[in-house]
Design a protein around this ligand. Structure first.
Ligand code: ZN
Length: 429
């Protein structure tokens, strides 16, 4: 089998083709319907004695050695569990809460993904990594690439700039392009326009195995803390990368043959109404996402209290995608409105003593719905992933910062890849 020096390979979920990892491959080269690649690691669950996500290095696709203190914290909830009537509620806290062992400086789980993606890059990689983001991913990559001094071009909607500039002191290896009047989709479109330019390499989002493997460390943390796989896993999803990550991590744990990892956790996935493409497709038993016009999507996304959950083309129907994971795990999906989300955030703050991001409020709102409907037993082992929180406990960055470049959605060069590449290359220099 083709393997990289790190002792792992990549395998296509659809056709089984296997690849040695070059650090940036996103897709299978064979002709077939869309499918994800997965990393294939040595089967043993080996934990290194390191106080960071790198304790699971054995199951991370590493092309280089990096240092980081990033880590999720997992603990058993008392007060929230009691309020919900759940006897075994565990919280995976992927944010900033050092007292609970959570040390993600930009306060979301995206930091697990960012460090993993950068660690995956081959030692000799010289191209600038291009990352498109609705905000949290941008902050995570800005932080990680600054710390590791790796070149990154980060494209965000201008609306996301202020939060980013407050969270991260952006170093010289990182450049931010902001899209005035744009949403996440516009950032993605711009990043794709750079794909053909040899100076840049696309990070690729959910198709990048390191995104999922990095985020999967939250599940590995949970397995270590709980001692078993949970029965139910709850998360707010946009692309569904987090859900796939957890599912893949669970599959790996089950493959070890451990009696404590016998059954896949049921994925309870939550989306923020009114923009709920995964929930709509799953509820309608549709084999693919149900098409919406771009206008409707834009209008719905503008109403979201958790706009980070606004991915318009999550890998739902792809082999190894969200639909497969929901089917294999006997999962459920939920639509959570802004009011429910805010009530859930307030409840978490009151009972657990820390503020959580809107997307995490969507997850807790879904758990409340699930209990009301009787979708799970009160004595089930439940893992609620708080995918962001504690941001206000971080000291805001005071220094004056600006995007390297601001482009307007719909301006002359927006749809011209070569012109964009020239402009961006000179901004990065
Ligand atoms: Zn394939």
């Amino acid at each position: 089998m083709a393997q990289t020096a790190g002792g792992y390979s990549l395998r296509c979920v659809a056709c089984g083709a296997t690849y040695e990892d070059d650090g940036v491959r996103l897709d299978c080269s064979q002709e077939h319907a869309p499918a994800l690649l997965r990393s294939v690691f040595a089967p043993a669950f080996a934990v290194e004695d390191t106080d960071s996500m790198l304790r699971y290095r054995n199951w991370l696709p590493c092309g280089r050695r990096i240092a980081t203190s990033a880590r999720s914290g997992v603990y058993r909830s008392e007060r929230l569990g009691e309020r919900l009537g759940l006897s075994k509620l565990w919280i995976a806290f992927s944010g900033w809460w050092p007292e609970r062992g959570a040390r993600l400086a930009t306060a979301t789980f995206k930091e697990l993904e960012a460090y993993a993606v950068l660690a995956r890059l081959a030692e000799g990689e010289r191209r600038t990594l291009v990352v498109a983001s609705a905000g949290n991913t941008a902050a995570a990559f800005a932080r990680a690439a600054t710390e590791l001094e790796l070149p990154a071009l980060i494209i965000i909607p201008l609306g996301a700039w202020e939060r980013l500039a407050r969270l991260v002191a952006i170093g010289p290896s990182v450049h931010v392009v902001a899209v005035d009047g744009g949403q996440y989709e516009d950032a993605i479109a711009l990043s794709r326009s750079l794909a053909a330019d040899p100076r840049f390499v696309l990070e690729g989002g959910v198709r990048n195995v390191a995104r999922r493997d990095g985020m999967g460390t939250a599940m590995l943390e949970a397995f270590e803390s709980i001692g078993t796989l949970p029965d139910v896993y709850v998360q707010g999803v946009g692309s569904g990368a987090g859900a796939l990550a957890v599912h893949e991590a669970a599959l790996r744990l089950i493959a070890t043959g451990s009696r404590f990892a016998a059954k896949l956790p049921r994925l309870f996935l939550a989306q923020n109404a009114p923009f709920t493409p995964i929930h709509d497709a799953w509820s309608a038993k549709s084999p693919a996402l149900i098409p919406r016009t771009p206008e409707l999507a834009r209008e719905q996304i503008a109403k979201l209290g958790a706009p980070v959950l606004s991915n318009v083309s999550p890998p739902y129907a792809a082999a190894g995608g969200v639909r497969d994971a929901l089917r294999e795990s006997n999962g459920e999906t939920y639509a959570v409105g802004n009011d429910e989300m805010e009530r859930a955030r307030a409840m978490f703050a009151e009972l657990e003593g820390i503020e959580i991001e809107p997307a995490a409020g969507v997850a807790l709102g879904a758990l409340v719905q699930a209990l009301r409907r009787g979708d799970l037993a009160r004595d089930a082992t439940v893992l609620l992933h708080v995918t962001g929180g504690g941001a206000t406990r971080r000291e805001a960055v005071r220094m004056e910062q600006r995007p390297a470049l601001v482009v307007r959605r719909g301006d002359g060069t927006f749809d011209q890849p070569a012109a964009n590449a020239r402009r961006f290359a000179s901004a990065v220099r």
